[in-house]
Design a protein around this ligand. Structure first.
Ligand SMILES: Cc1cc2nc3c(=O)[nH]c(=O)nc-3n(C[C@H](O)[C@H](O)[C@H](O)COP(=O)(O)OP(=O)(O)OC[C@H]3O[C@@H](n4cnc5c(N)ncnc54)[C@H](O)[C@@H]3O)c2cc1C
Length: 414
């Protein structure tokens, strides 16, 4: 079988040389290693540890670590394109990779785009160097527990998980749900609210701090037996008076809130996993209808007009998804204008919904045998269903905002 073509052909989409190289590396790892392991990890709902060993060996754990610190120094778009190639072969690896990479992207390129006092920036530089060294030299993995089961992860209210100042550091208490990599990450990059005695909790006081997984008071709870994205192992995390050193702050205080309001494309980083799934559903359908899926009898189904029409419909939907997503990730940056923000919501909605729609069409078109567990499309179908649920930009929240912000200018009411 010929090797898979790039999702985004470097010449056609005018990718940078770095984007071309990183996406090719991810595609090779995905096709040669991750694709073959995906079924087992999915069946057992077990964490893709071997994939993470490979990502470390290939230097990809440090994809967004600046070159001066031994990483690839990949900017946002290069990361997004690379993660999409990973998602094509193992959605759960790409999704958890996002949680890890955000610890570098947010503390790196994003933080560099935001306002900080000179002293705070100098201290941040020292702190992030330690954090980058752990990743690049020791292969340490970071998770990103954000969700709490209430409106905080939607960005509506402050996080209920708290950080209280103590001598030399912080005491963290709270509970996170759906914490991908729970029990497998070395550090949990926790979003929590700084307790300011005598003051009401405020989203402006959100902190982003790395809690060592082996710190006293950290526990992983609950089982994990979901519909899809099973290998993310997104169990609950409980923090009970966990003492964390000052140096574990991944962003200076106040900067996360600034990022969330001034760099909104930061919340699109969950989408590459699903862009990859969308491509994989199309690729599968072509191979299956041509009778070229490895291990299956070479039965051709491509001669039926209804199947050709369905494939055409899939192709149109895939191209629409790719084009909008590429535009949105190309214009990510600080202080986007209203049109760019609305486009980002539309791109997120489109990828998450279309990934699932493409999988649905793939199964309907390929027919009964395609839904057997020995083939990847039923896993892709289940994994793709999770995309629209991912806070803070769920499909519903994207629609809410596109509708409201398209009709009202800031401050307008009826
Ligand atoms: C496979 C998978 C992996 C995940 N990994 C992580 C992870 O690593 N880290 C992490 O932090 N989270 C993760 N999540 C969690 C995910 O982002 C959501 O937070 C989670 O699905 C929320 O579940 P819920 O049932 O509480 O959601 P919902 O009930 O949909 O939302 C939670 C709250 O958000 C508010 N809300 C929901 N919809 C709207 C709306 N339209 N308008 C206004 N407010 C709204 C409501 O207050 C609601 O109670 C993961 C989820 C999945 C499926």
């Amino acid at each position: 079988m010929s090797p898979d073509a790039a999702i985004y052909d470097p010449r056609a989409f005018r990718l940078t040389p770095q984007e071309g190289e990183l996406t090719a590396l991810a595609r090779r790892l995905g096709a040669e290693a991750f694709a073959g392991r995906a079924e087992g990890y999915d069946r057992d709902a077990s964490f893709p540890s071997a994939n993470y060993d490979d990502l470390h060996a290939a230097g990809l754990l440090g994809i967004c670590v600046p070159k001066a610190h031994g990483g690839h120094g990949a900017p946002y778009r290069a990361y997004m394109l690379t993660a999409a190639e990973i998602g094509r072969y193992c959605g759960a690896t790409a999704l958890t990779f996002n949680m890890h990479v955000c610890s570098c992207l947010w503390s790196g390129d994003l933080a560099d785009d935001l306002d900080m006092a000179t002293g705070a920036r100098a201290l941040h530089e020292i702190r992030r160097a330690r954090h980058y060294a752990r990743i690049v030299k020791e292969g340490r993995i970071y998770a990103q527990p954000f969700s709490e089961g209430g409106p905080a992860a939607a960005g509506v209210v402050p996080f209920a998980t708290t950080a209280t100042k103590v001598d030399g550091g912080w005491s963290i208490t709270g509970k996170k749900i759906f914490a991908s990599l729970a029990g497998h990450a070395h550090y949990y990059g926790v979003l929590c609210g700084q307790v300011k005695p005598g003051q009401k909790p405020s989203r402006k006081d959100t902190m982003y701090i790395a809690v060592p997984a082996d710190a006293k008071g950290v526990s992983v709870e609950g089982d994990w037996d979901p519909l899809g994205m099973r290998a993310t192992v997104s169990r609950n995390l409980v923090f009970k008076d966990v003492l964390v050193a000052d140096d574990e702050e991944l962003m200076p205080r106040g900067v996360y809130y600034q990022a969330a309001t001034r760099w909104p494309h930061m919340f699109m980083t969950l989408s590459p996993a699903y862009m990859g799934i969308a491509q994989a559903a199309y690729d599968f359908t072509v191979k299956y209808l041509r009778g070229e899926w490895p291990g299956l009898a070479p039965v051709k189904r491509r001669m039926y007009p209804t199947k050709q029409i369905a494939l055409a419909e899939m192709r149109v939907r895939l191209e629409q998804t790719k084009a909008l997503w590429f535009q949105a990730i190309s214009e990510a940056g600080p202080d986007p204008d209203k049109e760019q923000v609305l486009r980002a919501y539309a791109a997120q909605f489109t990828v998450m919904e279309n990934a699932n729609e493409l999988c649905r069409l793939a199964i309907r078109t390929c027919g009964g045998q395609s839904m057997l567990r020995s083939l990847p499309i039923e896993r892709l179908y289940r994994d793709s269903r999770c995309g629209s649920l991912m806070l803070p930009w769920t499909a519903e929240i994207c629609l809410d905002r596109i509708g409201r912000e398209g009709l009202y200018e800031p401050g307008e009411t009826d």
